[in-house]
Design a protein around this ligand. Structure first.
Ligand SMILES: C[S@@+](CC[C@H](N)C(=O)[O-])C[C@H]1O[C@@H](n2cnc3c(N)ncnc32)[C@H](O)[C@@H]1O
Length: 242
């Protein structure tokens, strides 16, 4: 059976237990993306989620924002099946779309576009195209946030990623090589650096771009569609004249 990039395990009903072994601080990353949603947005948030997988983040969004309407996109029919069943209590508030978010049309007027651990499968030109599409889908006050895995600036720090993943897996009694043999994490990845992705956001037209959270190669970053008149963007760094 073909395993799509991001499905991680052949038996997707076991995705939730595996992803927590593969991604250190998975829950903390989810918490950071959710916390980054500005409280001044309307209660009946219109949220677009890209790469919802088995709906773990979707469930937390439904719980945290009881009036939100969520459109959740994923190209894996098997992951969507798990998500649909898990989120049946919230079914009136979620629209599931089976499709590739790089090629699917997005709804307009979104307050928030959110994603975790999915966009890193796109190449940089595809990421830029996606960021432009997200910018267009957002309302004026809208916020885009992505929790994902990135590259360190230097390969000389690459050892840290494996070290942190190995230590994390061991705390759950699993050796990293056993875990990697059982899973397909890393397949279809197109990792790029955080700096590159922040630059792509800027090119796509985002404002007040920031890094909300970082744990080694795992990051949460985002940007607003527009800089509002009462939002004072910090001036660019002025280097002293030595
Ligand atoms: C590692 S899972 C993460 C799922 C969820 N966001 C989470 O945090 O648990 C990545 C998900 O993104 C989906 N995905 C990856 N690239 C995609 C694309 N281009 N279009 C739609 N879904 C995609 C995969 O099918 C998978 O369900």
């Amino acid at each position: 059976m073909e395993i799509k990039p991001g499905e991680v395990v052949a038996d997707v009903t076991r995705f939730d237990e595996h992803i927590k072994l593969i991604v250190p601080r998975y829950e903390e990353m989810h918490d950071a993306v959710i916390r980054s949603i500005p409280p001044d947005l309307p209660e009946d948030l219109k949220i677009l989620e890209l790469g919802c997988g088995t709906g773990e983040l979707t469930k937390k969004l439904c719980q945290r924002f009881p009036k939100a309407q969520i459109t959740a996109i994923d190209y894996s029919i098997r992951m969507l099946e798990v998500a649909r069943e898990k989120l049946s209590p919230y079914c009136g508030r979620i629209r599931w779309i089976e499709g590739d978010f790089a090629h699917t049309d997005f709804p307009s007027g979104c307050d928030v576009v959110i994603s975790t651990l999915a966009i890193h499968h796109l190449t940089d030109p595809q990421k830029l195209e996606l960021f432009r599409k997200i910018h267009k889908a957002l309302k004026t006050e809208g916020w885009f946030v992505n929790g994902d895995v990135v590259l360190f600036e230097s390969d000389r720090h690459a050892f840290l990623h494996d070290q942190v993943r190995a230590e994390h897996a061991l705390t759950h009694g699993v050796a990293l090589h056993t875990l990697d043999a059982e899973t397909h994490s890393g397949s279809g990845d197109n990792l790029s650096t955080l700096k590159t992705q922040l630059a792509l956001l800027e090119i796509a037209g985002f404002h007040s771009i920031d890094v909300i959270w970082k744990y080694y190669q795992f990051v949460v970053y985002g940007g607003f569609k527009y800089c509002l008149p009462n939002d004072h963007e910090r001036p660019p760094l002025a280097l002293p004249d030595f």
